[in-house]
Design a binder for this molecule. Sequence first.
Ligand code: T4K
Length: 368
Amino acid sequence: MNDPIYVTKPSLPNLEEFIPSLEKIWANKQLTNNGEFHKEFERHLADYLGVKFVSLFTNGMLALQVGMQALRITGEVITTPFTFVATPHAIHWNGCTPVFCDIEPESFTLDPAKVESLITPKTTAIMPVHVYGNPCQDKELRRIADTYGLKLFYDAAHAFGVRQHGVSICNYGDLSMLSFHATKTFNTFEGGALVTNDEAMKKRIDFLKNFGFANEVTVVAPGSNGKMDEFRAAFGLLQLKHINEEIAKRQKVAQRYREMLKDIPGIRIFRDIPGVQHNYSYFPVTVDERVYGISRDALYEKLKKENIFSRRYFYPLCSDFPSYRGLPSAAPANLPVAAKVAQEILCLPIYADLTCEEQDSVVKLVTS
Ligand code: T4K
């Protein structure tokens, strides 16, 4: 049997490249709490992303939780069910209620046309997700948020480096969250960040991720501990040197898939969105069982039998998990597009070092 092919494989720099950074950490013993690597990584990331301020976090989930505190979000939060569970979990952990809204059939992002009818006196925020790095309809969401006085907090976990008309989509909203998990286009093993263009907000976030400390004797709020350590900040700096190459390699893999899968009846592939510079974090396809002949789950199993581990991101929908399925907004009748997409979606393996031979073996099984 062939070696397993997973949905993703993290890229790492040469170990030797990292040794000098480790030697520095070993010499100065500053391991965490806003050390030199941390400061430098924040600056370089802000430059790369084209944003004013970045606050590093130990992971994306904590960044989401702390971001909600920073924005003082309460009550009900309108979000998508077609996301990783971290999104509604962060809402829940802040004592708020997720209100699930349906998605668009093309980009799979929150459908702005369906948001307004879900707003109640308890709604304080909209939390959309740039799923697979597909930009949400920011203009329309911003209009709704401004009309009703809501906060707009983007889960941009998949959107590292994605630009729309030349502008980083991390500039959208009042705040954006990034994930640097091992499975992401840009990884620091675990890690994440909040991105803002507001200096006062950056300050508040930095207090909140450090237990609420403003100085040695002042705690301004009940904060958490979300700090990124020096090891990962140093590693992130190194990863940043390779990110453009990483995205270019992924783009090649995506283009090759598109070419090879373009004429398979029942398999839908997705092209680049005009005006968007993608990061190729995922390669989603949808499977129309009636046309393709077998179901998405049957294809998933067929691949798995041959040691190819595609993933059904994001099935089941978050609104179908026990924690959320009792909510009125979780009723499948309210989420017809999301329900259909969740049944048909399959993410094929994509990563920088996926070889042509490996890719051919995936395609061969999809086409046979
Ligand atoms: N919001 C959204 C929209 C998100 O997608 C996520 C995370 C978050 C928020 C929260 O961000 P973080 O707190 O994670 O920073 C993975 C990731 O754990 C998760 O970060 C990610 N989204 C989610 C979409 O996918 P799993 O359970 O699918 O991962 P796992 O361990 O099955 O990994 C998938 C494959 O990747 C493995 O089969 C092999 C490969 N892999 C994985 C790891 C961890 C490696 O080769 N090396 C590795 O170290 O959740």
